[in-house]
Design a protein around this ligand. Sequence first.
Ligand code: ARG
Length: 457
Amino acid sequence: KKARLWGGRFRTDTDPVMEKFNDSLRFDRCMWSQDIEGSEAYAKALRKTGILTDKETEEICQGLDKVRAEWAAGEFKVVAGDEDIHTANERRLTEVAGEAGKKLHTGRSRNDQVVLDTRLWLRAQVNQATQDMSTLMHVCCEAAETHIDVLMAGFTHLQPAQPVRFSHWLMSHVAALQRDCQRLQDMVPRVNTLALGCGALAGHAFGIDREFLGEEMGFDGIPLNSMDTVCDRDFVAEYLWWASLTLTHLSQLAEDLIIYNYTKGVSLSDAYSTGSSLMPQKKNPDALELLRGKAGRITGHLSGFLSTLKGLPRTYNKDLQEDKEPLFDAVETVHDCLRIAAGVVATMTPNADNLRAQLVPEMLATDLADYLVRKGVPFRETHHISGAAVKMSEDRGVPLDSLTPADLRTLHSAFEDDVQDVWNYETSVERKNSPGGTSRSSVTAQIKTVREYVASL
Ligand code: ARG
């Protein structure tokens, strides 16, 4: 019969298919270092209760150092019966630390251990994601500053709407990323709570000092209730939700860029494009298409995991092992997507002339209405008059800006010769100078705000 940490009451081995079905080491091995860190802190806490002597604690800590070194060197040997990272590490520890190792699991369960490890692991990944987001926001700010002069068509309903700065468009995506980054930080206190010291569900019977454990491992707090702690995976769901929304935002950025690449408004670097195996001329925006696609995958993880959680009775159930693959995949996907997005933005070039050529005088119809507003005509009227001007130009088959002041005066007497000044995209853009607008000063202020935010992270 195979050696199992829990094998005492078992008469036969598990079915091999059941083993594959049950074992999680192939994916949870990535938490080896968190698992060892948790065991070290736990050994010290057990020392404080008197369960371990100084000598035993020392033997365990040295043993854990050895196990850590084996993982780090890629030399850790998995043996049959190592079903997850916790059993693998403990089995190896008892081999290298002898009798003392056998005392380490006193009062501990894999139920609290696995939550501890996952929280420690995710905490580090949240820091990584913060760095990745900072880099992306920084790169966007650089591009927004460099291309501040470039004007382009802003769209609603994918129809040309009003002229805007290219930088204003780019910062519109940064605004969403900044909220994502804030949400990520808000999550930290809920990720960073101490699960260890709950036993399997009911609590710790040897008076473990959880304050001490929390301080040793830098946790922000001890959760209210041990039964909740061993089955609480809110932090996993929350991360998946965060990842879904963040990747949704990257997907929207990607979709805009796919369109602007298609209309030749933006050129993408070869580094983020690929070719066709058949058509030699092709240069496809694959990086952007994958960015657009990844959001679907992670949203799937979120809805799948919420479905896993919804019917669970208290407390630990093996269903909870299903938290890891979606979580690990989401973390890796977010990391990749943020780096790819930063690379695409850092290397793309807006084609100022092409973007400008996409501006059409009809996009100044609102400015024409605003002109009359400045002459004292109520907007609800000026909207109709400007609409009539659009209709007149359409009937004549000419662009809106070719209507003369005399033409326009047939629609309203307040039009004067200075109406010609309306037909200027720069003027239109510069008028939008309130906070958040598309004027140079407003966009520059947005860039400054985000830069300060990034520096504060
Ligand atoms: N591999 C398990 C998981 O990921 C660890 C906890 C197992 N606990 C248990 N009582 N079977 O959830």
